[in-house]
Design a protein around this ligand. Structure first.
Ligand code: MOS
Length: 725
């Protein structure tokens, strides 16, 4: 089904199941420990062996030689596979650095060997016996130092944008502002590490893994192993968090496959926690310069946002200026992004790539500019709202209610009680409030599904869509139940298996809207088939309460299944509505903090997010997404930073003790409000993404609250107490 015109009324609009606060259908499996995560997959008939990875001890250079003789003599060892053994290999389409193979080292902790033994402990002990001789080269590890040498990337990634004449409008503006902000390298730091089990059967391999994107992984694993894609079977039914770190094939799957082949046994490989920060990807650090010009009426007349980030040779930008092209009005504008070559581990997408770090800078700048023009920061944002793409005014937003979010949030949060900066004190606490806008584009990807009906009237959905903790199982079940007119207890959902139709996968907050639209399309096919089989004219037929009905005639849906069952399969594809209309999601974050007057430590007191993101498919799972995102934003504001060793080129704090993420206990009160809206331009579901929107702007709102509490403006994240005193 091609979605190429605005959605009209359809069965989803009944909202008997979709839009209802239904608890996760996979919740019990998870809370009782029966959901099988990749490493836990266990078949008692399988003679599992354990693989332990070895990472490069240098950041850049070449391996001269490797001595594995002591490893082979160690207790329990079944096989050793080194990067020299497998030779130079093609890398996957989505990988910047090679995951494994050849003598070239591109970053610290790049995988250079895997040791297989009877037990995990034996493999780990033996791995320590490997001897490696390196030819080390000097690398570049410091973004600030590399900034001057940063280059303009290929036009295909739109490194520059412009409208009107920024420079002259900025020069002549009555009020002007310019500042530079920095955001650090950040790690996904998900709970479940990357883990895979590989089992060969002849020339075919089955891999149980932890992947956000089954089909991308399958293609890239085929390339890396140099086997036919059809020979690879991937399974990823449960995932303990991804945040973008599991969008792309990683070394655990590659090492497990090579190890299993060498050991002639199924092999389990989990990346040890210290590998997570340096062997996998991270969100790249940025340097961002923002200039704004406005009139005394507070209207922005000129806005510029430039961003510098770094990555390995052949790598990509952190697109931190994205939101500045679309968030506020102003006739004269420019953005630019430059990329430096750094020899740190590979940079790539982390939750809300682009907007998350971009808004960390922009939304402080907006707060600063509001103060300069003498306006309340909520009012300043409202005055500069736009209903059209500011670079192309003929192009409207499909739906945009940033103003509604700001107004409702201000009212509910008690914004009118915001103190003057540095003026409110409660005991040892300086107390302040901050606000920021949230913005994240609404992406869509093609997504397929197969829906089966059996004789008991049970509807089974099969798609390679993943549930990374987001609630995919549940919203997909809700969609199928609504479409087929059955209760959610009559729906079974099977996800994360490469034998199922290719879905959008989980990423870029496109998963919920895209994958349920694919299920919608498949259900349309199944409805047509059922109606035909039961002899109904499919135009006026109604699917409700387990029956198929038209006029006076009503037949149980189960009867359409017949002996062999009935199947509907389709893929949703997208027309040009995302071109003709700018599709984005909006929100407002309100924060109250206390800052200890003596120590400078910040404590969050209250957080409120108001989100406008189309139809909310399930308010429980959507709320959990936003709560989790807000928590991530708290970490981004206050603690998260991969500390770079700029001499040796690696991230020093490579575990969850040194890389501090925020947790529930850090935040006494979090509230989420969803605006009641639908967006018929977005999909037949009229929904949009919300999981990344919840993160966007949070850290800046905290920074702004800290400023309001203390009168100290911090422009360099994380806002640790040393920056306040
Ligand atoms: Mo998200 S960073 O696209 O998983």
């Amino acid at each position: 089904m091609k979605f190429d015109r605005p959605a009209t009324t359809n069965p989803i609009d009944r909202l008997k199941v979709v839009g209802q606060p239904i608890h996760r259908i996979d919740g019990q499996l998870k809370t009782t420990g029966r959901a099988m995560y990749a490493y836990e997959w266990h078949d008692p008939n399988m003679p599992y062996a354990y693989g332990y990875p070895v990472g490069s001890a240098i950041a850049k250079g070449r391996i001269k030689s490797m001595d594995v003789s002591a490893v082979k003599m160690a207790a329990g060892v079944l096989a050793v596979v080194t990067t020299l053994d497998v030779g130079d290999r093609k890398k996957g389409k989505f990988n910047t650095a090679k995951l494994f193979g050849g003598d070239k080292i591109q970053h610290y902790h790049q995988a250079i060997a895997v040791v297989v033994a009877e037990t995990f402990e034996q493999a780990r002990a033996a791995a320590a016996l490997i001897k490696v001789a390196y030819a080390e080269e000097k690398g570049a590890f410091d973004l600030k130092e590399a900034q001057a040498s940063a280059k303009k990337p290929d036009e295909s990634v739109q490194p520059d944008s412009a409208a009107g004449d920024f420079e002259s409008a900025f020069k002549s503006a009555p009020v002007t502002f310019e500042e530079t902000y920095t955001t650090p390298d950040q790690s996904h730091a998900m709970m479940e590490p990357h883990a895979s089990i590989a089992a060969w059967n002849g020339d075919e391999v089955t891999v149980w893994t932890s992947s956000q994107m089954i089909d991308w992984w399958r293609s890239d694993l085929a390339t890396t192993l140099d086997v036919d894609k059809e020979k690879i079977h991937l399974m990823s039914p449960f995932i303990g968090g991804g945040f973008g770190g599991k969008l792309f094939l990683r070394s655990d799957a590659v090492l497990a496959a090579f190890a299993a082949k060498a050991a002639k046994r199924p092999v389990k490989v989990a990346l040890p926690r210290p590998f997570m920060m340096n062997n996998t990807t991270h969100r790249p650090a940025t340097i961002q310069r923002i200039r704004i010009g406005a009139g005394h009426d507070g209207k922005i007349t000129a806005i510029a946002h430039e961003s510098w980030s770094g990555d390995l040779e052949g790598g990509q930008l952190e697109t931190a200026v994205n939101q500045t092209r679309l968030l506020y009005a102003g006739g004269n504008r420019m953005t630019a992004m430059r990329l430096a070559t750094l020899d740190l581990p590979e940079g790539n997408a982390m939750r809300a790539p682009g907007e998350a770090p971009g808004l960390m800078a922009l939304e402080i700048a907006i707060d600063e500019m509001a103060e300069k023009v003498g306006m309340d920061p909520v009012e300043f944002r409202i005055v500069n709202d736009t209903q059209v793409d500011p670079e192309k005014p003929e192009r409207p937003f499909s739906h945009r209610d940033l103003v509604g979010c700001l107004k409702l949030g201000a009212e509910r949060f008690g914004w009118s009680n915001r103190p003057k900066a540095g003026s409110r004190r409660e005991g040892n606490w300086l107390v302040g409030m901050g606000v920021a806008a949230a913005f994240r584009n609404n992406l869509v990807l093609p997504s397929g599904a197969r829906v089966k009906l059996d004789r008991q009237g049970v509807v089974t959905v099969e798609t390679d869509m993943t549930d990374i903790g987001t609630g995919s199982y549940t919203i997909i079940a809700q969609t199928a139940a609504e479409m087929m007119g059955v209760g959610i207890d009559k729906v079974a959902v099977q996800l994360g298996d490469s034998r199922f139709p290719v879905s959008a996968g989980s990423g870029g907050q496109f998963g919920a809207n895209s994958s349920t639209s694919g299920v919608y399309a498949a259900c349309v096919k199944l409805r047509e088939a059922a109606a035909k089989k039961l002899g109904f004219n499919s135009k006026d037929v109604v699917f409700e309460n387990g029956d198929v009905r038209s006029g006076n005639r009503s037949v149980p849906l189960a009867e359409a299944a017949g002996q062999e069952g009935l199947v509907g399969e389709d893929t949703i594809t997208w027309g040009d509505l995302t071109e003709t209309h700018q599709q984005s999601t909006f929100g407002a974050h309100f924060i109250e903090v206390g800052v200890d007057v003596a120590t400078g430590e910040t404590r969050l007191r209250r957080m409120l997010a108001v989100c406008a993101a189309g139809r909310i498919l399930n308010p429980i799972t959507a709320r959990s997404q936003v709560i989790g995102a807000m928590t991530m934003g708290a970490g981004g504001a206050l603690s998260e930073e991969l500390a770079v060793d700029t001499r040796r080129g690696f991230f020093v704090n490579h575990d969850l003790a040194g890389y501090e993420v925020a947790v529930h206990a850090d935040i006494p009160r979090q509230d989420v409000i969803f605006m009641d809206e639908t967006d018929p331009m977005s999909s037949p579901m009229k929904a949009k993404g919300v999981g990344e929107l919840g993160l966007c702007g949070v850290s800046a709102a905290i920074a702004n609250a800290i400023y309001n509490a203390t009168g100290v403006r911090v422009r360099h994240y994380p806002i640790t107490l040393d920056k306040l005193i």
